[in-house]
Design a protein around this ligand. Structure first.
Ligand code: SOE
Length: 394
């Protein structure tokens, strides 16, 4: 089997999820290419060496530019803070590599546009964006049901991504600084649910009708060392404070091209909700609802069933061959977790590189740019206090 030599940039939280996916994918999927964990890049050499030996990367380097342009590399995977996506992706595309990039595509629409232009120019390169929740079997099933017409005409989309890790005790990480992240909960969390809503409905958001953004916590402790493999980390020993200049929460209303209306809600301050990534969609033939904290289930309501037996069906989406990706994992109800979305995505990336079809559509730079336009429209809408068409956000 032909190898795919991978260079991953980033060795924190996403570095771990991606390394795990590259390590496992060949054990559970018949991959058309052999993923080789060739080079890991990061800034701190001591941490990098430890990471390299823990996960089994062949080489480790702090020189990302040399690594992503190295003739031996076929796929560059970017798992860094958002402000670095553009430079790294463009360098890799210009060197003829396939590129996988963490979400959102970039911190700003301008960076995302430059990445899109580079991707369009690099005709031989495939691009991928890690909207990993598309590949939870329950979400992929919702997409298939909607595509098969089981929801009928869609009236409402109600999406929320609620976390609570962003309180005042959390230090001034890159995620709270505009120059690194672009935005806060918005680009981090609304990005996922915009992608999920577009993916399931197969429709595009044409207008943000109104948006509200709030930064509740304006100052945070400055710490020397960020978290190692998680999100937040502590503030022990911190003496200085700095300004957090991104949103903690953004809510907005939107319209879809085919007429559905929608609400989106993202926050890091929803006390008690740790990773409540949820969506509900109502159509004239049926409805679905999904909550990542219960990720193996998809709730489905079939409004075409005989009235006396209509009701919510709670589907444990782990049954092969009916449920997407289920056949690659365990017997029914031997449930899956967060990491499986990344592994499923890796299998599909390898399929696409080999010219095969993914199980469900993959977000590439072209697709992720559409999500980025919606993110930008919501920012402009909140700033200008007006309705904003996504087409304005070129
Ligand atoms: C932090 O809010 C975070 O890790 C996001 O960055 C991820 O994209 C999301 O999947 C889980 O939460």
């Amino acid at each position: 089997m032909k190898p795919i030599n991978i260079c991953l940039v980033g060795q924190k939280f996403m570095g771990r999820t991606h390394s795990n996916a590259f390590l496992k994918v060949g054990k559970f999927f018949d991959c058309p290419r052999d993923p080789v964990m060739h080079t890991i890049c990061g800034r701190n050499l001591a941490e990098l060496r430890e990471f390299q030996s823990r996960w089994g990367w062949k080489h480790a380097t702090t020189d990302w530019r040399a690594a992503v342009t190295d003739a031996q590399i076929h796929l560059v995977d970017i798992g860094t803070p958002n402000h670095l996506h553009k430079e790294m992706a463009i360098a890799a595309l210009e060197a003829g590599k396939h590129v996988a990039c963490e979400k959102p595509l970039a911190g700003t629409l301008a960076d995302a546009r430059d990445m899109l232009v580079a991707a369009r120019r690099a005709k031989q390169s495939k691009t991928f964006v890690w909207y990993n929740y598309r590949r939870c079997p329950a979400v992929a099933l919702a997409h298939q049901l909607a595509r098969a017409g089981r929801l009928g005409r869609i009236y409402h989309v109600r999406a929320h991504y609620l976390q609570d890790w962003g309180g005042p005790d959390v230090p001034l990480l890159w995620r709270f600084q505009k120059k690194y992240a672009g935005s806060g909960a918005h680009g981090d969390l609304n990005a996922h649910i915009i992608d999920m809503a577009r993916f399931i409905t197969g429709d595009e958001i044409t207008e943000v009708v109104g948006s509200i953004a709030e930064t509740f916590i304006k100052e945070r402790a400055i710490v020397d060392e960020g978290p190692r493999g998680g999100i937040a980390g502590g503030t022990r020993g911190a003496k200085r404070k700095g300004k957090g200049d991104v949103d903690d929460a953004v809510l907005f209303l939107a319209r879809f091209k085919q007429g559905a209306i929608a609400t989106f809600e993202a926050t890091r301050l929803a006390t008690g909700n740790q990773n409540k990534n949820g969506i509900e969609i109502n159509g004239d033939k049926g409805s679905i609802r999904f909550n990542f904290e219960d990720m193996n289930y998809l709730d489905y309501y079939d409004a075409t069933a005989e009235r006396k037996v209509q009701g919510w069906t709670r589907i444990m989406a782990t049954h092969a061959p009916d449920h997407p990706y289920a056949g690659n994992w365990w017997p029914d109800a031997h449930i899956l977790g967060y990491e499986h979305g990344f592994i499923n995505q890796t299998a599909d990336m390898l399929n696409i590189i080999a010219g095969k079809k993914p199980v469900v559509p993959m977000p590439d730079f072209e697709d992720a740019y559409k999500t980025q336009q919606v993110l930008e429209a919501a920012i402009v809408s909140a700033e200008d206090r007006r309705a904003v068409k996504t087409a304005e956000m070129e």
